[in-house]
Design a protein around this ligand. Sequence first.
Ligand SMILES: [Zn+2]
Length: 302
Amino acid sequence: MRVVFLGTASSVPTTQRGLSSVAVIRGGEIILFDVGEGAQRSMIISNLNPNKVEKVFITHLHGDHCIGLLGLMQTLSMMLREKPLYIYGPRGIVGFLNDNIKHLKFHLTYPLHIQNVKQGVVVREKDYVIKAALAEHSIKAYAYRLDEFERPGVFYPEKALALGVPKGILWSKLQHGECVKIGDKIIRPEQVTGPKRRGRSIGISGDTRPSSKLIEFFRGVDLLIFDSTYGDEYADKAVENFHSTAKEAGIIAKEAGAKLLALTHFSARYDDVNSLIAQASAIHPNVTAAYDSLIIDIPYPD
Ligand SMILES: [Zn+2]
């Protein structure tokens, strides 16, 4: 599972940073979380094929988090995309997209499925689930988390052989969690495999104040991407504008037990975010500051 940051600025872009967007790449698909203006150009720079985008999750309907979606949708039509695109966001997303499609008069070559998000499970696939929780922002906003399901445990060939299971298709069945029959004996997968292995997880805050609810929501994630619009010196602005400081991001990450914290959504006043890294690092031991095109690979935990 790979994360590519496509835009890491807060409300206005800078020469170095575009508006909010994060791509998660796993199992051959790209999942976007927010699509700020310029995100599709960032995808080109990061060598990501927009046609591989299967799902888009919008945290909230502030322009800096969703306007890029219009351009992306047009590009996909120019690429003559045929497969559906699934878009999830807060109430209002359906009207926002449909109105713009009407006014901009672009013809979609592919089915578009737009869905209002509620708290809880938003999407459940074969091997992962994406959930939403309400964030605390000036308008309705959601935080998201992606969790891969557990994987089968390590397979022990010697145990399979000792139980009389010959190498081949039966091993594969056991490895994939199916029972097999040898003579009149049933061999269960747990007899020949180790304990199930946990999958990987990512949390994405969108714009938010810190909250105890988000600590629970992000419990144990491998990577937490959190609003760090300001440093300590603008803590009052963070409250006023419903954002977080880098230190507050550090506190949430620590309390939630996140393994790695990636700060993002930096105010344009910061040319250099080292002070923000320092403030978060005083709280959490593993902090990085996102920048446009940064890649973070999330390895399996074992
Ligand atoms: Zn916002």
